[in-house]
Ligand binder design. Structure first.
Ligand code: MTE
Ligand code: MO
Length: 330
């Protein structure tokens, strides 16, 4: 089986080959299991999210009609991008959340995520360890809207209006010690609830974890989202609190965070543990560094709603955020 494709731009590949991050284990580890379960096709398809009108209205009325942030101030530094904001129905029905399945259409399955009485533990090398609930977060941090470009390592992209607060504000509250050099973020995981087909087999490194350097976390752009499109975060986007790191590939933005730990050493992270040659720890968006299986020079911008259409666009270094983050890597 040939694993590494030629580095053709991804839009030139047949849909079946524009595989997700999960291609690594679909192909190598679980191919038999997935075929046996009859789900291999959906696990690698990018077009699995064409929905009926009925599904659109279910999505809209049941899962997107969440409490509004009102009033809501948009941060003037992040009030727009050169590309339009992605249609909400598209963005909220084309997701990666492998705990709930290996395709993009997990929005219904993700409704099983239990978000009541959510707690986020902040621990490790900090002066003031804290456990936050959502009400405390909304009270203690100044909540704002930011419109950010979003770029998945699979080469699709969107523009999303997040609601939340800068990670830096949380750092100021817990005060990392001078020993803290890295931060690890852990997503909710309960094998009884998170039942994505094929994703509990073998030895995947659940729970989903991600990591940043302390300097990356302190960067003005690094953000915790508790909402999107002016309302609370739908479960499929990683309710009630997820990371948004707009200059990095989407997988760096762990969803449904339950724990944040300040550390001396670089932590192990989910995708980097599974396939270190494909998913680096830093994973900064860079058009000049191809993924081993596809080019990253351009991307497919999900451009019109509510039907899924793609527009080929150039990819920017650091996803267009060089002026904010270039000095971190210079
Ligand atoms: N816990 C968890 N977080 C996750 C993922 C996941 O599977 N599990 N997928 C990541 C990937 S690959 C992407 S592209 C983004 C997708 O975010 P969205 O569905 O809100 O657009 O979430 C990231 N965070
Ligand atoms: Mo992704």
């Amino acid at each position: 089986m040939s694993f590494f494709f030629h580095q053709r731009p991804s839009w030139q590949l047949p849909e079946s080959q524009i595989t997700s991050e999960s291609a690594y284990f679909n192909r190598r580890r679980f191919i038999k299991t997935l075929v046996g379960a009859g789900i291999a096709a959906s696990a690698t398809s990018l077009v699995g999210c064409q929905k009926t009108q009925a599904q659109n209205s279910e999505l809209q009325s049941t899962y997107l009609n969440l409490p509004k942030f009102d009033p809501l101030r948009t941060n003037p530094n992040f009030a727009s991008t050169e590309r339009p904001i992605t249609d909400q129905i598209l963005a909220s029905s084309y997701n990666n959340f492998y705990e709930f399945g290996g395709n993009k259409s997990i929005w219904q399955a993700a409704q099983n995520l239990p978000t009541e009485d959510w707690k986020v533990e902040v621990t490790g090398l900090v002066k003031n360890p804290r456990t936050y609930d959502l009400d405390t977060i909304k009270k203690e941090f100044s909540i704002e809207e930011r419109i950010y470009r979003f770029r998945c390592v699979e080469a699709w992209s969107m523009v999303l209006p997040w609601v939340g607060f800068p990670m830096k504000a949380l750092m100021e509250a817990v005060e990392p010690t001078s020993e803290a050099k890295f931060v690890s973020f852990t997503s909710f995981y309960d094998p009884e609830i998170t039942t994505g087909p094929g994703f509990h087999l073998g030895s995947l490194p659940w729970p989903y974890t991600e990591g940043l350097t302390i300097k990356e976390m302190a960067n003005e752009l690094a953000f915790f989202a508790i909402g999107i499109y002016g309302r609370e975060l739908p479960k499929q986007h990683g309710a009630p609190l997820r990371m948004v790191i707009p200059w990095k590939y989407g997988f760096k933005g762990a969803k449904s965070i339950v724990k944040i730990e300040f550390l001396k050493e670089q932590p192990a992270t989910y995708w980097n543990t599974i396939a270190p040659n494909e998913y680096g720890f830093h994973a900064n968006v860079n058009p000049n560094v191809p993924h081993p299986r596809w080019s990253q020079a351009t991307e497919k911008f999900i451009s019109e709603g509510p039907d899924l259409t793609w527009e080929r666009k150039e990819t920017f270094l650091y996803n267009g955020y060089q002026e904010y983050v270039g000095s971190l890597y210079g």
